[in-house]
Write a protein that binds this ligand. Structure first.
Ligand SMILES: *[C@@H]1O[C@H](CO)[C@@H](O)[C@H](O)[C@H]1NC(C)=O
Ligand SMILES: *[C@@H]1O[C@H](CO)[C@@H](O)[C@H](O)[C@H]1NC(C)=O
Ligand SMILES: *[C@@H]1O[C@H](CO)[C@@H](O)[C@H](O)[C@H]1NC(C)=O
Ligand SMILES: *[C@@H]1O[C@H](CO)[C@@H](O)[C@H](O)[C@H]1NC(C)=O
Ligand SMILES: *[C@@H]1O[C@H](CO)[C@@H](O)[C@H](O)[C@H]1NC(C)=O
Ligand SMILES: *[C@@H]1O[C@H](CO)[C@@H](O)[C@H](O)[C@H]1NC(C)=O
Length: 568
């Protein structure tokens, strides 16, 4: 029993160690990759040690007890086993209460930010969180004051009942609050429109942008929980999930099939993309999904895709680190990430100044630097045998069979994309610095911008026209961020300036992550819908009426999805 305790404690310690990098993300990635590896090794070593100890127990103890009926030692071991079970159950309830407590706090801070019926909702949510705290400490005290779970099982049942009741109440409150949150968002949208006409509202908009940016940056608890549980599963049953020793499936490289590229560190989002694509295609076995993630999420991603049912579709899961050619001597963005200058840029200013400028803050989001985000510029080298590939963001849902895209005549162009300009909006002028002589010489400020998220690439045309070299040329020039400020879109607009083929709008409908007024008809007819913007469907703040279109493809059968409280 002492041994078991030791193991549980070590496990929680490990969980905390791993949980941390999820929050602080890419810029310390290399450091944490080493750290996590070490932590995992230590964990493995420790569990190995205990596995041996357990094996000894079985050899020495169990056979005697199996026949020696009512010896005191067997009674003790049955009781302690029971106690372990009850304690585990107790911890689980505690965790659930803790989870809801943080959720209540998150809602409270959201209510505070958008000044929604100010005091009322704020009071309710802080009250809820306080009640959870109260529940947790009440039962902790009971436990510490000598109540014994084995002899006092009703204590556990009471605890569970109280947490359940509290949670039921909380769900009601959330359901009501979300409606007012959504209408508040419409007001925000209206403010944005006014802003386009009236610059005096600039301040208001900036505050709004900043608060939703904070929300979008924080990875919610369930997502964290899922990644960790999947990773634990991978560590516990390595033999189930490894492909080592097996020859690679020939389909993965078969240019006759339909290939998709999905680059993501979000397990649930990536699985929704693949699920939705598979469910809406007629011949799933002709489709190949190339999922690339980072080293930290590789194990979780492998388990997730091994557990799902994809009707014969082929799925390759790799880590970006597996592509050795992506090193800092070749990839300008990696060189720039590693340069001390940029790190300084990230750390020099204190929060106080950062909050003053939402644009600045946006650039500070490490997401914009993540190499996963820039992989889209290396498709021909990552998939040397393929002629065509469809690039999909992880915040999209596929609603139709997409094979029609492969039949489109690309007319020698490299990138098939949906254009986004209207009137004077979304023109090249808005994405890059036209005061710069090199930009002015090469591009038209009125050129129409297009969207990333669902892009059909002709890889042969790409290789012929040397787009990667073009991209490197400009990305190197932008070292000091004088050509464009942030993200991959300006780099894409520059790279595929004269080699983009506009696609019909219904292929790709955008804005479900920020614009509540997109028409439902347009959404219904779309082949792909895109939750670009900060209000992602997996976040609490996702726009309610658009969420079912996404949750429909969440694999709720998956035991880890269930145990991480995704249904709320
Ligand atoms: C907190 O608990 C008290 C007493 O159990 C209850 O009266 C109150 O309604 C609860 N508050 C919330 C916000 O659930
Ligand atoms: C509870 O009681 C069981 C059986 O009497 C005993 O094995 C266990 O150690 C006790 N646990 C605590 C925390 O007192
Ligand atoms: C970096 O990648 C290039 C090819 O892109 C390769 O020639 C070179 O050897 C790699 N460098 C290292 C250190 O791996
Ligand atoms: C904020 O910026 C100003 C100048 O822009 C600088 O003087 C000040 O030290 C900064 N404050 C912090 C906390 O970094
Ligand atoms: C960026 O700035 C540094 C120093 O300010 C300069 O040495 C370097 O050449 C600049 N890079 C580019 C691409 O202009
Ligand atoms: C735009 O380019 C000009 C010319 O190189 C430069 O002076 C200016 O600082 C750039 N603007 C921004 C916002 O980087």
């Amino acid at each position: 029993m002492a041994l078991n305790w030791g193991r549980t404690r070590r496990k929680t310690a490990l969980v905390r160690v791993i949980a941390y990098p999820f929050r602080c993300s890419m810029f310390t990635f290399r450091f944490f990759a080493v750290f996590v590896t070490v932590a995992v090794l230590v964990f493995l070593a420790v569990s190995l040690l205990f596995a041996f100890a357990d094996a000894n127990d079985v050899n020495s103890g169990f056979p005697h007890n199996a026949y020696g009926s009512k010896s005191p030692s067997i009674r003790r071991s049955v009781l302690s086993f029971q106690w372990d079970q009850l304690k585990a159950r107790y911890d689980q309830i505690c965790k659930q209460a803790e989870h809801h407590r943080s959720l209540a706090l998150a809602y409270a801070s959201h209510a505070r930010k958008i000044k929604l019926e100010n005091s009322k909702l704020l009071r309710i949510f802080t009250g809820l969180s306080r009640n959870y705290t109260g529940l947790i400490s009440k039962y902790n005290e009971l436990l510490n004051s000598g109540r014994n779970l084995t002899t006092d099982e009703p204590v556990l049942r009471l605890f569970e009942k109280e947490v359940k009741e509290q949670t039921k109440l909380m769900r009601q409150v959330i359901a009501e609050a979300k409606e007012s949150f959504d209408s508040q968002l419409k007001i925000h949208k209206l403010k944005d429109t006014i802003f386009a006409l009236n610059e005096q509202l600039a301040k208001v908009k900036k505050q709004g942008a900043f608060s939703s940016l904070i929300a979008a940056k924080s990875i919610p608890k369930s997502l964290n929980c899922l990644a960790l549980r999947l990773m634990e599963e991978r560590i516990a049953h390595p033999e189930k999930y490894t492909n080592e020793g097996n020859p690679p499936q020939p389909e993965i490289e078969d240019p006759e099939l339909y290939h998709y590229a999905i680059f993501s560190d979000n397990v649930i989002a990536a699985s929704v993309v693949v699920n939705s694509a598979v469910k809406n295609t007629k011949e799933p076995w002709k489709h190949v999904f190339h999922v690339v993630t980072d080293k930290m999420n590789l194990a979780a991603m492998q388990v997730m895709f091994k557990m799902g049912d994809y009707s014969g579709a082929h799925i390759e899961v790799k880590a970006v680190e597996d592509y050795k050619f992506l090193n800092s001597s070749y990839v300008p963005v990696l060189k720039q990430i590693e340069s001390a200058k940029l790190l300084n840029f990230y750390f020099e200013n204190k929060l106080e100044n950062a909050t003053k400028d939402a644009t600045n803050m946006k650039f500070r989001n490490p997401k914009y630097l993540s190499i996963l985000n820039h992989l889209r510029f290396y498709l021909p080298e990552m998939y040397p045998k393929l002629h065509k590939i469809l690039f999909l963001d992880d915040d999209i849902v596929v609603q139709r069979d997409l094979t029609g895209l492969w039949k489109i005549n690309m007319e020698g162009k490299v990138n098939g994309a949906v254009e986004t300009c209207f009137g004077s909006f979304h023109r090249y002028r808005q994405y890059m610095n036209f005061s710069h002589p090199l930009i002015r010489a090469k591009f038209s400020p009125k050129a129409c911008a297009w969207a990333y998220g669902m892009n059909f690439f002709d890889l042969d045309a790409w290789r012929r026209q040397q787009c990667t070299e073009e991209y490197h040329y400009w990305q190197n020039l932008n070292e000091n961020r004088t050509l464009w400020k942030l993200g991959t879109l300006p780099a894409g607009l520059i790279t595929y300036y004269s080699t983009t083929k506009p696609l019909a709008k219904h292929w790709h409908v955008l804005g479900l992550g920020y614009n509540p007024s997109i028409s439902m008809d347009e959404i219904k007819n779309a082949a792909v819908i895109h939750y670009n913007g900060n209000l992602k469907p997996w976040l609490d703040i996702g726009i309610t009426k658009f969420r079912p279109l996404w949750t429909k493809y969440v694999d709720y059968e998956n035991e880890f999805v269930q145990s991480c409280n995704f249904v709320l």
